[in-house]
Design a binder for this molecule. Structure first.
Ligand code: NAI
Length: 413
């Protein structure tokens, strides 16, 4: 099989917003003089983002947000650039991964673009002298926002952080469409079996779960949703999914996909009820959604029937199959390539804007977690539409005036 001459070419073709930043800022280099730390799953789209930050003048230090998701060819391609330093290699152990993040932080970045709050938590916990001089940060995941909220509640944040995850340009596209399509694609490729006709249980009906469930149904699955939030459960019901508790879902499901950002969502009592041959996977950020410690204790042995699949043999003869060791199935499976490039273009454009806004425009922000300004979100949406050749309406003066009205005009509302 042919290998690409440059592993970033295909991603560049499908990330037109990032490419437009490279064109716009390639000469003026507004990020010159700043060192930006970047943590993410290191594959081709992150490669283009790192390249874009560097093209805009920044020195970039990058480390993986997960030890299993680094693509060696991307690291090698980025190694060719001046001003880009890798703290990553393919096949890192958990310990090497932790150490690499600490090594990166010792290089005293001015700004941190994070995934899962890995670097921001570590810089506060273990490198307080470095944290004291960090200008700001951006966080792209739901899991990372939760940790940042906890840090803010405990009043420990030393610098302002933009919650990029919470912008419409991130969660409506990346979480819903990106996680939805890439999780199902990777499950289908890893198992080489049909989603169509299967009883698919989606745990959690947030942005990711909603995307997974809707797309699974679109592929012909019989979808079941579990939730803890009654409004989300009702939404899933109204969207046409069957909604039930996990005990019942465990008995009915054939394929399980967890995306809650919570722990032990699928646990011992559920393993006891699952049918022989059930497939279990996780799309949530941390590998704690499926309680693999409990499953390991219940099993008599584990085998590997296929690359990326661990089979737990239960004493009663059933076999339960766990994909990608319970880690993010769309990013850490043997064939995974992460989200489609088109959605990461929007997410990473927002990460770029977070750094640009704090470093170049320099808003006066106290330490804390902030929503990214709406004007930046709109600007990225407009740029994305432009690259797609899609036009929108512009309000007329009378329409704008109409929206500003609160007293009943003579000709009525
Ligand atoms: P969200 O907060 O919108 O949704 C999570 C949902 O799970 C909520 O509706 C919550 O009520 C529900 N939930 C919590 N505990 C539950 C339980 N025990 N059983 C059933 N439902 C439960 O979060 P979002 O954006 O959907 O993210 C979910 C996870 O996916 C996070 O860990 C996030 O970091 C991760 N994520 C993964 C991506 C990927 O590439 N695989 C991309 C983006 C986010």
């Amino acid at each position: 099989m042919s290998t690409p001459d440059d592993p970033l070419v295909w991603a560049r073709d499908h990330t037109p917003v990032l490419e437009s930043f490279q064109e716009e800022y390639g000469e003026s280099k507004p990020l010159s003089g700043y060192t930006i730390a970047f943590a993410s799953h290191l594959e081709t789209k992150t490669g283009v983002t790192i390249e874009t930050l560097n093209a805009a003048g920044a020195e970039v230090l990058f480390a993986p947000s997960n030890p299993q998701s680094t693509h060696g060819d991307v690291v090698q391609a980025l190694d060719e650039y001046d001003g880009i330093t890798a703290f990553a290699w393919e096949g890192m152990s958990d310990e090497e991964w932790e150490n690499a993040q600490h090594d990166l932080l010792e290089h005293e970045p001015d700004f941190i673009l994070d995934d899962g709050c890995e670097l921001i938590a570590k810089v506060h916990a273990d490198h307080p002298d470095v944290a004291a001089n960090v200008i700001g940060g951006g966080e792209q995941t739901t899991a990372g926002i939760r940790r940042l909220e906890a840090m803010e509640d405990q009043d420990v944040l030393e610098f302002p952080v933009y919650g990029v995850n919470d912008t419409p340009m991130k969660h409506f596209f990346d979480n819903v469409h990106g996680t939805g399509e890439s999780s199902l694609t990777n499950i289908a490729i890893t198992t080489n079996s049909l989603i169509s006709g299967r009883d698919v249980v989606v745990c959690g009906y947030g942005y990711c779960g909603r995307g997974i469930a809707r797309k699974a149904r679109g592929m012909g699955a019989k979808t079941i949703v579990t939730e803890v939030d009654p409004r989300k459960a009702l939404e899933a019901h109204m969207d046409g999914h069957r909604v039930m508790d996990m005990d019942e879902a465990a008995e009915e499901g054939e394929l399980f996909i967890s995306s809650t950002g919570n722990r032990e969502v699928i646990r011992e009592r559920h393993f006891e009820r699952m049918p022989d041959g059930a497939i279990l996977s996780n799309a949530g950020h941390f590998d704690v959604e499926i309680d693999l410690d409990a499953l390991g204790e219940m099993a008599t042995e584990t085998t590997t029937p296929k690359e990326g699949v661990t089979r737990y043999h239960m004493p009663d003869g059933r076999a339960l199959n766990v994909l990608a060791e319970g880690r993010l199935v769309n990013l850490t499976g043997p064939y995974s390539q992460g989200h489609p490039a088109e959605v990461m273009d929007s997410t990473f454009a927002m990460m770029f804007m977070a750094a640009y806004d704090m470093l170049v425009d320099g808003p006066d922000l106290e330490p804390g977690l902030y929503n990214i300004p709406d004007r930046l979100d709109r600007a990225v949406a407009a740029r994305k539409l432009e690259t797609l050749g899609i036009s929108t309406e512009t309000m007329t003066e009378s329409q704008e005036a109409y929206y500003d009205e609160w007293e009943r005009p003579e000709d009525g509302f």
